[in-house]
Design a protein around this ligand. Structure first.
Ligand SMILES: [Zn+2]
Length: 93
């Protein structure tokens, strides 16, 4: 895999590294406020029938400022790849 994405810190002028990370459940909840462009799930619902959500939603949520880039990096840690179609393990709400 050569297409790892690199996340820039503080590109919006704020140093998010200094902010405490929220729980995975809270991050997931905010990511789900976005619809998914990968499987076209609508906002507020988990992706498809899989126990999780596409990384796509987290990436968009970070771009829209719903979650911080540090939080995006936190949920992406441990993944084999950071492609948008990767499933983030589900957090039951
Ligand atoms: Zn999806």
């Amino acid at each position: 895999m050569t297409d790892h994405q690199h996340y820039e810190y503080a590109s919006d002028g704020h140093d998010h590294r200094a902010e405490p990370l929220r729980s995975p459940q809270e991050i997931c909840e905010d990511a789900r406020r976005m619809g998914c462009g990968q499987c076209w799930q609508r906002p507020g619902r988990p992706c498809s029938s899989l126990p999780g959500d596409h990384l796509y939603r987290y990436q968009w949520a970070a771009r829209r400022g719903l979650i911080t880039r540090a939080e995006l990096a936190a949920v992406a840690i441990g993944l084999d790849a950071t492609n948008a179609h990767v499933i983030i393990p589900g957090y039951a709400l």
